[in-house]
Structure formats: structure tokens, C-alpha cells
Ligand binder design. Structure first.
Ligand SMILES: *Cc1c(COP(=O)(O)O)cnc(C)c1O
Length: 452
């Protein structure tokens, strides 16, 4: 560790409070301090290189320092960095809204910007709630969300959340959401068969919608993959089934595409796999290619129209953030979407997705690999003490964290979800780097789980 790194580490420990981090552990470890990036590689302050195996927390798409995105931000900086969307408009925000509505599932023709996935979901909730009041005069106070759902860390998003570890502390502060079972075959009360799990979960959803008829503002799902829960990949057909149930019970469907949007599942949006158009869709993370904080909540004309009225009818959506529609962030997003077209990113990643599937077969041979899941370029290896009984490791054993540390020594950055090892490379990862990433993970898992 060079002198500068040592000083930075000292200052970090003196003043910085890191997210989702036990700071007592942090205090005794050597922090990894990232200085720069190039493509899918990150470099620390000592000059060591690492593959960015978590896409800088699921947001980097085309790699770091993509000249086109860098240039778009520079160009915008030469004009203006930020001006408000409250009562004013700006070219990057306008152009991006048009582009997003072209790409999004049918009917999502209106775009409301914010700064993070959490705020995009808060906005989705508030729009759905206010919509029913203004469209029908009848308030609908109930949201149905999935077990183990994750929709962000602000209070509304946490209310929808169903991850005990993250969310239970705050329960007294939260509004109650109705919980529907999540279709996760590996630990499903309907047994391991994906089809039976799906049908069981859809029947349960149907029953809940019946029970709460006329009071459900929306059903909220992460389409195809529940990320933070532990990369739960839903059985094919589940999302389509939920859409049909929402239609049959006359309620809205909110899809949280914050993690899965922008190519990660192999399509631009996860909803496309099942030809589903939600009523409200939240995007974030990959929207700017992983460059700047920007999120958006897309909705239909039907919902938007319920907010139109005379000024003094107060049907306005009274919500907005200071940096809503930030010009630098919107310029980065436009450049990222342009690269999707120019590079044919979605075509180019198909061989990587196949490569990942092939290589994951090898992980199945590991003694402690309980379950292996993949959807597009998202994958996970769930480590368990006993693959036969699915018995978990104890949290205190920190198996996931130790695998991460072992991977770091070998030049790969990952971040586990408990004992689930997450594989979430940027879409730009090359064939060799993907192989190397999987080699490192394989060795790291063996080092930690087979050391007795
Ligand atoms: C990350 C995430 C969020 C929250 O986004 P932030 O930008 O971290 O607030 C919401 N929903 C899902 C599915 C996510 O993965």
C-alpha cells in the first residue's frame, strides 16, 4: 500500500460511512480505493487492476470511459450543467423522454424523471395512488408486493420491500403492503418444479386480488429477476400471468426495471421477454450507462390524463426533486442509448449469455453450490452448507464475503448477497474477461468452501 493510499484509507475510516456496510469490519480492513476505470477494468490507488464484476453495483453498461458518453457529458458541460425542470424544460431531457418512450413497452408514453431507483419507485407509488383517487373518486390504499421484494431504500420503497434483513427494523414506520409469494423454485412451498411454483404463486396472487377487490392501487413486481433478494429468476410465464390477473381484477401493474432494464436480461427491458406492457415502469441504474444518477418513471396516457384539470382542482402531481431531469445525466443517457444502436449491443451480448450459461455448468459440480440461476447476463451461485438439504451457512461464517475477498486477491470485484455469489458484469465484457471472471470465482469459491 503506497503512502497516498494509506492516507486516504485513514481519512476514509475517520469520516466516511459506507452504504450497506458493517463499519466495525470496515475499520479493521484495508479499503479498496478505486482511482480510475477503463472498459470493464477498475484500477485502485496502488495501480492494481480488477474486473468490474458487479458493474459498479449493477449500473455500468458499456464499460468505463466510453468516449461517446464522456464526450456527450463534456459537450453538455460546455452549454449548462443543470437547470430546473420545475416550470422550465431542456433539450437533453426532452430528447431522452422521446427516446425512452420509443424503446419502452407499448403505451408508456410519459416520462417523469428523478435521481435514483428508489425515487423512481416512490413516484410510481404516488402516481398509482393519486390516479385512482382522481380517476374514480375512490381511494385505493393497498399495494400488493412480492415476498423478498426490493424496490429501494426510501420509506415508500421500503414499505414495498420484503427482505427481513433490510426492512424489518423500519416496520413501525411503514405502510402495510399485502405480500404475495415470490415464484422462487429453489425454496418454494410449491416444490422445486418451476411450473408448479408459478401456478401456485399466480393462484395466490389471484386470491389476494379477489380478497382486496376494489382497494388495490397496484401490483408491484421486479420483472423476471428479483435482484437484491438473491437473484431469484422467476419461471417463464409468471410476469405474463400477473399482467393478466391485473387486467382481470382491474388494477395497475408497476414493473420495477431498475436492475433488469437496459439489456441485462438480453432484451432492452425484461418485460419484453413476456410481451408485457406495465402501466407504470421504473428505470434507473443502467439508464445513464452507469455514469450519473438518473432515474425515470414511465406511465401511460390514461394515467397521465387523470392528473389533468383546472389549476384550482389541484390534480397536479405535487412531486419533484431539485435535480430532476439533470442535463448532464440526460446527455449521458442519450449517448448510452445511442451506443446500444450503433454497437448493436443487444445482439453482441447474445454469445456472452451463451458463454455464461456454458460456464455455469461447471459450477454445478461444486460441492456447496446449492442452486445456480441465470437470466441473460445476470447470474448467481447460491452457496449452501449442504446441497442435499439446502441447509444454509450461518451468517457469522461470512461465506459470501470471504468468497468476495478471495476473488479480490485474484483481480475481480464482486459483491455477494448473503451467501449468493452474484455475477453481474457490464454488458461490454469481452469473451476473455468473462472467462477470467468465472475462473476467478470458481477458484475463490473452492478456496473458501473446501478449506474445511
Ligand atoms: C437498486 C434497485 C432499486 C433502488 O435504486 P437506487 O438507485 O439504489 O435507489 C430499486 N429497485 C430495484 C429492483 C433495484 O435493484
Amino acid at each position: 500500500m503506497n503512502e497516498r493510499t494509506r492516507k486516504l484509507a485513514e481519512m476514509d475510516k475517520a469520516h466516511l460511512w459506507h452504504p450497506f456496510t458493517q463499519m466495525r469490519d470496515w475499520q479493521v480492513e484495508d479499503p479498496l480505493i478505486i482511482e480510475r476505470g477503463e472498459g470493464t477494468t477498475l484500477y485502485d490507488t496502488d495501480g492494481n487492476a480488477y474486473i468490474d464484476g458487479v458493474s459498479s453495483l449493477w449500473c455500468n453498461v458499456h464499460g468505463h470511459r466510453r468516449p461517446e458518453i464522456d464526450r456527450a457529458i463534456h459537450d453538455q458541460l460546455d452549454r449548462v450543467a443543470h437547470s430546473t425542470m420545475l416550470g422550465l424544460s431542456a433539450p437533453p431531457a426532452v430528447e431522452l423522454a422521446e427516446r425512452l418512450t420509443e424503446l419502452a413497452p407499448d403505451g408508456l408514453d410519459k416520462v417523469f424523471y428523478s435521481d435514483s431507483g428508489s425515487t423512481a419507485m416512490e413516484i410510481a407509488l404516488k402516481i398509482a395512488f393519486q390516479y385512482w383517487q382522481q380517476a374514480t373518486g375512490e381511494p385505493r390504499p393497498t399495494f400488493i408486493a412480492l415476498d423478498q421484494a426490493y424496490h429501494g431504500d426510501t420509506i415508500g420503497a421500503v414499505s414495498l420491500g420484503g427482505i427481513t434483513l433490510f426492512h424489518e427494523t423500519y416496520r413501525p414506520l411503514l405502510f402495510d403492503a399485502v405480500r404475495a409469494p415470490c415464484p422462487h423454485p429453489y425454496r418454494s412451498k410449491y416444490g422445486p418444479d418451476p411450473d408448479r411454483t408459478m401456478r401456485g404463486c399466480l393462484d395466490a396472487m389471484d386470491a389476494l386480488l379477489g380478497e382486496h377487490a376494489g382497494r388495490v392501487a397496484a401490483v408491484v413486481v421486479e420483472p423476471l429477476v428479483q435482484g437484491a433478494a438473491g437473484i431469484f429468476v422467476h419461471p417463464p410465464g409468471y410476469l405474463r400471468g400477473v399482467r393478466e390477473l391485473c387486467d382481470r381484477h382491474d388494477t395497475l401493474l408497476i414493473c420495477d426495471e431498475v436492475a433488469v432494464g437496459f439489456g441485462r436480461t438480453g432484451r432492452m427491458f425484461a418485460c419484453e421477454h413476456e410481451s408485457v406492457a406495465p402501466d407504470i415502469m421504473a428505470v434507473g441504474k443502467g439508464l445513464t450507462g452507469g455514469y450519473l444518477p438518473l432515474a425515470a418513471t414511465l406511465t401511460t396516457d390514461a394515467i397521465y390524463n387523470a392528473f389533468l384539470g383546472e389549476y384550482d382542482e389541484f390534480k397536479t402531481f405535487f412531486h419533484g426533486h431539485t435535480y430532476t431531469g439533470n442535463a448532464l445525466a440526460c446527455s449521458a443517457a442519450l449517448a448510452s442509448l445511442h451506443i446500444f444502436e450503433k454497437d448493436k449491443t443487444l445482439e453482441r451480448i447474445q454469445p456472452r449469455i451463451e458463454q455464461l450459461a456454458r460456464r455455469l455448468g461447471q459450477f454445478a459440480e461444486l460441492e456447496h453450490a446449492g442452486d445456480i440461476r441465470q437470466c441473460g447476463l445476470i447470474a448467481a451461485v447460491e452457496l449452501v452448507r449442504d446441497a442435499g438439504t439446502k441447509e444454509d451457512y450461518r451468517p457469522g461464517e461470512k461465506v459470501g464475503i470471504r468468497v468476495t475477498q478471495a476473488a479480490r486477491k485474484r483481480g475481480l470485484i464482486t459483491r455477494p448477497l448473503g451467501n449468493v455469489i452474484v455475477i453481474m458484469p457490464p454488458l461490454a465484457i469481452g469473451e476473455d474477461d468473462l472467462d477470467r471472471m468465472l475462473d476467478i470465482l470458481y477458484d475463490a469459491i473452492r478456496e473458501v468452501t473446501e478449506s474445511g
